[in-house]
Design a protein around this ligand. Structure first.
Ligand code: LRY
Length: 227
């Protein structure tokens, strides 16, 4: 296992993202949010966009998982080799990219993309997968971190209310040693985060429930209104 990954065992990683047009969509804001979650114990942070990655990197001492979202349909999380190399150049310690088997905008397969990254960079790679098949393929390719990030966001799996614990359990029993299984996606409560660990996750990523005040406010607002 890569030396940057081992310390993430049994820890919480926090994703710090604001979406286009939102009030907090500013790299300085995300850097402050990242510093705040580091104080709370985040073992690593996930940041989106080249400027956010650079500014978050300067604001924290924990590893930064970098992604670059481009578009919002099909493959959009660090979708091409060019995006991957730019994320690395922006200073990400760990590169995360779409790890599904869907067609990619640059025509490369996931395997070809990983191979080309590996030819230039030996840092840890995280695959945002959507199914048992895509997770196993990523692990076979030697990808360091296997995330369930896209489970429930493609046609491969139903969108579970909360994390996809069934997928985690299945992957925990089938991923080769050396691949770190990362629970990511719809982990909204501490109890759900604990359930991910019980299901076999090496580490757990939480985004919205910690760093997206608009969503959290909506949850509380609905509860208060009784809707
Ligand atoms: C599907 C997709 O685009 N996921 C994105 C990946 O970076 C983010 O929008 C999520 O916030 C992140 O995965 C963390 O998940 P959650 O916010 O549910 O804790």
């Amino acid at each position: 296992m890569h030396p940057l990954i081992q310390p993430l065992a049994s820890t919480l990683i926090v994703s710090c993202q604001a979406y286009p047009g939102e009030p907090m969509r500013d790299p300085r804001t995300m850097a402050q949010v990242a510093a705040a979650v580091e104080e709370g114990g985040a073992s690593a942070v996930r940041a989106q966009g080249l400027e956010d990655i650079a500014q978050v990197k300067a604001a924290v001492s924990v590893p930064v998982i970098g992604i670059w979202k481009d578009g919002d349909a099909g493959v959009f999380i660090t979708p091409t080799l060019e995006h991957c190399l730019a994320v690395i150049d922006a200073g990400a310690d760990i590169l995360a990219l779409d790890g599904t088997q869907r067609p990619r905008p640059d025509g490369l397969s996931f395997a070809q993309t990983v191979e080309k990254i590996r030819a230039r960079w030996d840092g840890p790679i995280m695959a945002d997968t959507d199914s048992v098949a895509s997770a196993l393929l990523a692990a076979e390719l030697g990808v360091d971190l296997i995330g369930t990030t896209l489970a429930g966001y493609t046609a491969k799996r139903p969108t579970t209310d909360g994390p996809d614990l069934e997928l985690l359990r299945e992957l925990a029993g089938s991923l080769p040693e050396g691949s770190a299984l990362i629970a990511e996606g719809r982990v909204h409560t501490p109890a759900q985060a604990a359930a991910c660990r019980e299901a076999g996750a090496f580490a757990v990523v939480v985004g919205t429930a910690i760093t997206h005040p608009t969503s959290i406010t909506r949850w509380f607002d609905a509860a208060v209104r009784g809707v």
